[in-house]
Write a protein that binds this ligand. Structure first.
Ligand code: CTP
Length: 479
């Protein structure tokens, strides 16, 4: 249910709003709340990041400075002269002020030509009708809603639509094509046909937008409850092929000798939606999106085996640094984490297909380390077979893998495996200089632990080292 249509004074109770209205009255300017805050009030949606956009028919910088001075002496105002904007933070809310503008962008450039304008000029140049709603803050009209483009109607009908012809709105800022898809995904709205058609016809213009802004929108899509909505729209409009060709290439199926393989694009989206139910971690979600990216590259048809995607996990892992670099995503432990998830994503499944031996579980735990729980979440999300028998068999075996993992972890503490015997101890024990034998003994100890021949503790590993040294013809120093 929408709040009362034309007056929202009961929805904007924060005292700062009254204060902004009072200062505006003193200055003789009209001032409004505009944008996402108004949209979310009308939707009854809780905002995660609390920021409020204020537009005044005058100078945004002057108004912000004057309001801040009345709130608290010394309240810091950040001024962005070039953009004619200013902001301050009060009670954990960011208030961002701008003067109403007419604005247009030159082709192939993001540099706007800006002039002062009326409120309606300003509303026109906003991205969507649902983001162009304004609430007046001046005292005699406090709470009045200004909605020249029927944003309310679009909120009620759950439609994303541009206030002007979409070609104009999108050419002003091509990032808005992605924002349309992001809002459709976040709010579960439909993009109006003409707006969608314009995204399709202008998709190539996304290339002039910075990678950081693009990635920011993709991340927001990733963090919604059903990211597949967004990725299907990205694919349909041609944006996916430009931004993430690796994911686009997953689309399609081929049949040979009557044997087909699944469409890996739709499979991936199913995995992504499934994982979204179990984690809010952005990077685990990225791992789900990218887990199969090397399938198109590694696809082969073998008349005996059917379709194979040999080593797609390892090749996928190798494709990631270039992808992260291109999208200006972090090239640090986040990348390494996604690489690890992609390279190991089949291990728990393979394990659950076979007899679940202690040593295989130990090896998995050793390779995954602290990320084992995330890997299990990914792997479970990856089980999307249409065959219910197969799914239930996998899931019950998976349960067994989980139990064994827990059991072995309690006994062997392999999650944060540190070799109980270091190279220094080996050198000291056998009076050795750096040499090949040290590596041989170290990896023999690790293997013995993983195979369950010895436990993961100092005493057993020390005895094992002495025996292995002897086998290699080394003599232990008398202690
Ligand atoms: N806006 C726009 N074009 C853009 C970015 C923003 O017209 N490319 C306008 C919209 O009116 C938008 C407002 O600026 O509502 C504020 O933008 P932003 O803070 O990015 O988004 P919100 O709409 O507030 O939504 P959210 O905070 O959920 O991202």
């Amino acid at each position: 249910m929408m709040p009362e249509r034309h007056n929202l004074k009961n929805s904007i109770t924060h005292p700062v709003f009254r204060q902004i209205g009072n200062v505006s009255d003193q200055e003789g300017v009209e001032t409004y709340i505009i944008g996402g805050f108004v949209r979310d009030v009308l939707l009854g949606r809780k905002r995660e990041v609390f920021d409020v956009d204020i537009v005044t028919v005058g100078s945004g910088i002057d108004l912000a400075t004057k309001v801040a001075a009345t709130l608290r002496p010394g309240l810091k105002v950040s001024v962005f002269k070039n953009f004619g904007t200013a902001m301050f933070r009060y009670n954990d809310i960011d208030f961002e002020f701008v003067g109403a503008r007419r604005e247009s962008y030159r082709q192939e450039s993001r540099k706007p030509v800006v002039e002062d304008g009326t409120l309606e000029d300003d509303q026109k140049r906003r991205d969507f009708t649902i983001n162009a709603l304004a609430i007046c803050l001046n005292d005699n009209r406090f709470g009045e809603l200004l909605d020249p483009f029927d944003g309310i109607g679009d909120l009620e009908n759950r439609i994303i639509k541009t206030p002007l012809a979409p070609e104009i709105t999108f050419s002003d800022d091509p990032l808005r094509m992605l924002r349309a898809i992001r809002f459709a995904t976040q709010l579960d709205f439909i993009i109006e046909d003409k707006t969608l058609a314009a995204i399709k016809s202008q998709c190539k213009r996304i290339e002039i937008v910075s990678k950081e802004r693009i990635t920011d929108e993709i991340n927001k899509i990733m963090l919604t409850p059903s990211p597949s909505i967004g990725f299907k729209l990205l694919e349909k409009t041609g944006l996916l092929a430009i931004i993430l060709p690796e994911v686009q290439n997953l689309k399609g199926r081929e049949t040979r000798n009557g044997i087909g393989h699944k469409d890996n694009f739709y499979h991936t989206l199913e995995v992504l939606d499934r994982i979204a139910k179990n984690t809010d971690d952005l990077w685990l979600r990225w791992s789900a999106l990218l887990h199969d990216i090397a399938k198109p590259l590694t696809k082969r048809f073998d008349p005996r085996l059917g379709w194979t995607f040999h080593a797609h996990n390892f090749i996928g892992e190798k494709m990631l640094p270039a992808l992260f670099d291109r999208l200006k995503m972090p090239l640090n432990e986040k990348l390494r984490y996604v690489q690890k998830m992609v390279s190991l994503h089949m291990r728990p499944i393979v394990l659950s297909e076979e007899e679940v031996t202690d040593s295989a579980v130990r090896r998995l735990l050793f390779d995954a380390g602290d990320d084992i729980d995330d890997l299990m979440i990914l792997c479970e999300a990856d089980i999307t077979s249409k065959n219910p028998d197969k799914v239930s068999r996998f899931l019950s075996n998976f349960q067994l893998v989980r139990e064994k993992l827990k059991d072995i972890e309690e006994r062997d503490a392999l999650r944060s495996f540190q070799p109980p015997i270091t190279g220094e101890i080996i050198m000291e024990t056998f009076a050795l200089q750096p040499c090949r034998e040290i590596g041989i003994i170290k990896s023999a100890i690790k293997e013995a632990i993983l195979e369950g021949e010895i436990h993961n503790n100092y005493d057993e590993a020390y005895q094992f080292m002495l025996a292995k040294g002897k086998e290699l013809g080394l003599i232990a120093k008398q202690m």
